[in-house]
Design a protein around this ligand. Structure first.
Ligand code: ZN
Length: 121
């Protein structure tokens, strides 16, 4: 089943160990402060944005990112089916046998068949 679209998030989580800059601090000696999680999102090649994610938000953000990938997989499968459908429909059109209604019925039937076989649902 498709995850809820409103619970999707594109991006990746990265863990950073910040240094605070205080000379006497343990991080100046190479010890680590607790990690800070960031969500980084590529907007365009070479352009990214991001935001700090609170520890309490981590689980939800991970789930939303996973949902995003699942939705994307579904869309890719449906697109592959529709490419195949267009190819078959074009072949059918070249035979010039399909009436307007006939073509619609044929398209729905072929889509349903391909859809079920793809295991999208
Ligand atoms: Zn420090």
């Amino acid at each position: 089943m498709l995850p809820p679209l409103e619970e999707t998030l594109r991006g990746s989580l990265v863990e950073r160990f910040p240094t605070c800059g205080k000379p006497g601090c343990k991080c100046a000696r190479g010890e680590r402060h607790p990690p800070v999680w960031y969500l980084t999102v590529t907007l365009a090649p070479g352009r990214t944005t991001g935001a700090v994610v609170a520890p309490e938000q981590l689980e939800q953000v991970r789930r939303w990112i996973a949902n995003y990938h699942r939705c994307k997989e579904h869309l890719e499968k449906i697109s592959a089916i529709n490419r195949e459908l267009l190819r078959r429909e074009r072949r059918q059109l070249r035979l010039r046998t399909a009436t307007r209604t006939g073509r619609w019925v044929w398209r729905s039937a072929v889509f349903a068949g391909l859809f079920l076989r793809s295991g999208v649902l």
